[in-house]
Write a new protein. Sequence first.
Length: 328
Amino acid sequence: MFEGILGHEAQKNEILKQMEEHKISHAYIFEGISGIGKSLVAKSFARGILCDASVYACGECRSCRLYKAQTHPDYLEVIDEKSVKVKDILEVSEFLRTKPILSRYKVVLIRDAHKMTTGAQNKLLKIFENPPAYVVIILVVDNMDLVLDTVQSRGYRIYFKELTEKNIQDFLQVHYQLSQEEMLYSVRFSQGSVARAAAIAGAMDTQNLIGYPERIFNAIVGNDPYQSLKLLQEVSSAPELIEYLLTWIRDISILKESPDTGVFNESRLNALRSHAVEFDTPVLMNFAEILEKGKRMIAGNINPVVSLNYCLLKIQEEYYEFSRRREI
């Protein structure tokens, strides 16, 4: 039923066990970071619940064919890029008002359920409090802090961990042609998210971002903000570049404290040592805080390139002030 879905063996087995024992809950909450396959598992679970055959998600019965064609009358998927609103939950309520047409259950999958407005969550709570026996609702949540406690307490929670480095590497080897260094960067920066790994690997397909931190810091040391901004014009993936810059700062900090300690950017050790001489630890910490602010700006829907421009100008200003103090 879960063929082709990376990792999450314990979670998949838990779901299968509940299905085999006919102990399916009326509400599930699949929680974990974005891009690790929660929605894929949820969709396979939904397909298995709706399947007519004794083998879950057989792929051949009428229900499986209708599900694949996205025309199953007993399945509803709710997704909204910005937020899940009251009107969306009212649609869910109306959908659940009547009994199933083909299957034993009616299944509702709400993706990005952490984007539900408070009003929408309160409407959903009413469904959770007195659900018909034929109802199964699956919430896919990236951030549980945005879900009301009352909603959390009424759903069967299944926590999905970050994918292992082996999971990520297996995926990248199938879908991308990367050098050993590019593979290492993509896996390490993925933070356990296959979606993030794909974004990084995709950026490397069009341009090699690995060398940019060194070039940008060379421009900073040379007090050449125009060169930094010029480099940005070549970059199409600002969020990934911010992560690379943070790793560069981390490596410089490590070398300042312990020159023999291993660093992430081992292939650029000479450049890191050169930069370690140029910056003191408090300045590096300020650089890192500026970049973290840039990440928050991007998360707040500010244009990524504008956010990165802001970061580099602030870092250049910080270094300029540091250079002046050092000369006195």
